[in-house]
Write a protein that binds this ligand. Structure first.
Ligand SMILES: [Mg+2]
Length: 412
């Protein structure tokens, strides 16, 4: 069996997705997710111009060898564009291997270690009543763990608040439950770290008073704080027993987490914008984090994400894989299979895709009673309806960016 064809499919049912479809000489097809939010077409070019020609004629069963060939063979390693492209190939080859074996991917990875995956959703509100309503909606949908993001008085629009998106202006339509917006230019949002640090502990106190001590609560700092600010926030949130504080400092400066760690027992999660196993090396070995936020789509696929999480297991560090809607159903399925198989599963982020996306990508993973299961179809269990995909051409869209009150660009 050889790889006969590899096609890159771009579709925008509720948002933009980039998918690699590999077909073998036996007619078996495999899918991989190569979606890079806001920079999608760069990955399309990388795949089409540089990767697809290398795949034709290769043995699709050689997953590890193909990964090493694409990673080491390029000489120019790492980076989100390269790693999203390699990820798509890796996922598609695992998908093919599962289909040929007649087994769902999780069986090839060691079989189920649990009945299903705990998943968390995103509740948000400009003010407390709206936030409480959002938490209740998530509880009604079956979520048993919830991320809490709140508006900050004096700030017009900030990250993570669904109903504030329109306040950011720019006339851009909000994009399927997440912050990227269609339009010619990115929308500007606001930031004031001191106002945020003053306001947030009171929000968590109110949520705990309203919903009790048992509900696992998470929060995303979205890379905005200095190490000492993050340390203070972690400490201030300790009474509210967070499941995790995510991305409290910018991802580039991993040493920052040493300082944060010295000051707080609030669990820390990071890594959604990391690209490789090596980005996690020091953080895992020095036990500076509690959860690995990597994504199969952005870390080069299932193969390296599995290596990372197996390494983390030696330090009791668990998974908390990235799962916004810009991870396509193919990328999400990859993570749900891996999460079912590994021993050190922690939680899975799960923002549900829109109805059009579910028409384009027919999924066999299921969401029942607050739990995710990959299903038992061979391979990843996701099929792409290319006719349906063709109805939704690419539309330019960007993530927002941030400025402080004096006009300085700040981490978004
Ligand atoms: Mg995040």
């Amino acid at each position: 069996m050889k790889i006969e064809k590899a096609e890159v499919v771009v579709t925008s049912p509720d948002r933009n997705f980039v998918t690699l479809k590999i077909t073998t000489s036996d007619g078996v097809t495999g899918l991989g997710d190569a979606t890079l939010n806001g920079r999608e077409l760069a990955v399309v070019a990388y795949l089409t111009e540089h990767v697809v020609p290398l795949l034709i004629g290769r043995d699709p069963h050689r997953v590890e060898d193909t990964w090493q060939f694409l990673y080491r063979g390029a000489y120019w390693r790492r980076g989100p564009v390269t790693m999203a492209a390699i990820a798509a190939v890796d996922m598609a080859l695992w998908d093919i291997k599962g289909k040929v074996a007649g087994l769902p991917l999780y069986q090839l990875l060691g079989g189920a270690s649990r009945e299903g995956l705990l998943a968390y959703g995103h509740a948000s509100g400009k003010e407390l009543p709206e936030l409480f309503d959002s938490v209740r909606e998530h509880l009604d949908q079956g979520y048993r763990a919830i991320r809490i993001q709140s508006g900050v008085p004096g700030l017009r629009a900030i990250y993570g608040i669904a109903s504030q998106a329109a306040d950011a202006g720019g006339g851009a339509a909000r994009y399927d439950h997440e912050p990227a917006r269609r339009g010619a230019l990115p929308v500007q949002e606001d930031w004031d770290t001191r106002a945020y640090l003053r306001h947030l502990p009171g929000v968590f106190e109110a949520v705990r008073n309203e919903f009790g001590p048992e509900l696992p609560l998470l929060h995303d700092g979205h890379h905005r704080l200095t190490p000492i600010q993050a340390a203070k926030l972690g400490k201030d949130l300790e009474p509210y027993d967070l499941f995790w504080l995510e991305d409290c400092t910018p991802a580039e400066n991993q040493e920052a987490l040493r300082l944060v760690r010295r000051h707080t027992t609030t669990p820390l999660a990071i890594g959604e914008i990391f690209n490789t196993v090596w980005d996690f090396q020091d953080l895992i070995r020095e036990q500076l984090i509690d959860y690995v936020r990597g994504a199969a789509t952005h870390m080069g696929g299932i193969t390296p994400l599995r290596k990372t999480i197996e390494y983390a297991a030696q330090y009791q560090i668990k998974s908390g894989f990235h799962g916004p809607t810009d991870i396509s159903p193919v990328g999400m399925a990859a993570q749900v299979h891996l999460g079912l198989a590994i021993h050190n599963f922690g939680i899975q982020e799960y923002m549900q895709h829109g109805a059009r996306t579910k028409e384009v990508f027919q999924q066999s993973y299921r969401w029942e009673n607050g739990s995710l299961h990959p299903g038992d179809e061979p391979g990843l269990g996701v099929e792409l309806d290319t006719d349906e995909a063709g109805r939704y051409p690419y539309e330019r869209a960007y993530l927002p960016y941030n400025r402080l009150a004096d006009g300085t660009v700040h981490d978004w």
